[in-house]
Design a protein around this ligand. Sequence first.
Ligand SMILES: NC(=O)c1ccc[n+]([C@@H]2O[C@H](COP(=O)([O-])OP(=O)(O)OC[C@H]3O[C@@H](n4cnc5c(N)ncnc54)[C@H](OP(=O)(O)O)[C@@H]3O)[C@@H](O)[C@H]2O)c1
Length: 200
Amino acid sequence: MHRNVAQACKKTEEFMDTYRQCEALAEEGLIRHIGISNMTIPKMDAVLPMMKIKPAAAEIEMHPAFQQRELKIYLEERNILPVRYMPIGSPRRPERDIMEEDVADLELPAVQEIAQRHGVHPAVIALKWAHQNGQLTIPFSTHHYYENLKCMTEDPLTQEEMAAIAALDCNNRLVKGHVFLWEGAKDWHALWDEDGVIVS
Ligand SMILES: NC(=O)c1ccc[n+]([C@@H]2O[C@H](COP(=O)([O-])OP(=O)(O)OC[C@H]3O[C@@H](n4cnc5c(N)ncnc54)[C@H](OP(=O)(O)O)[C@@H]3O)[C@@H](O)[C@H]2O)c1
């Protein structure tokens, strides 16, 4: 067997070792649902056929500059709820996750313009947009809980504003995962199977 294929199989098995323990907890009634995180379509294709209990939800990074539409549709078609993490573009993420090429979602002129028009912070616009798209978000907040909940119930974005934000996708992944690279891996792109196959 080719070395890369063998390594990919080994990683799949390692993932499934952990996942099977989650399945055992579900079977014992100790947990109700299993959730996964940071998957790609090739990785999902590799593990889904081995699962007895499908994950109920998958946390994936999604914000205006990184919309992951294909993965979202893939998950929805399989009845796995996509949970949108960093929906505001994580303006205060740790240094290790900041790179020069990163786009600041909240500073994008289209987001700022729409925010000005609605008289709210640009963060609120990112949340309204996701909510009006029917997406479940998990914004972190210490100071803005009330306004973040309230914004879902009033003053919706227009169709034109929704389209303007949809057009901002520039594949700007913020959680690159470089701290999780394995020995011999080229760079962080290797984690995300960008060519449609698992890189090992
Ligand atoms: N599964 C994974 O690998 C993964 C990776 C990363 C993150 N996550 C999860 O995703 C969640 C969110 O991630 P995150 O905190 O990095 O990013 P985020 O939710 O996109 O951004 C949070 C930041 O936005 C600010 N904010 C929230 N509402 C605001 C408002 N209305 N006006 C102005 N600023 C506002 C918050 O400030 P205040 O605190 O001042 O309100 C905070 O600094 C977390 O629960 C995290 O655990 C998961």
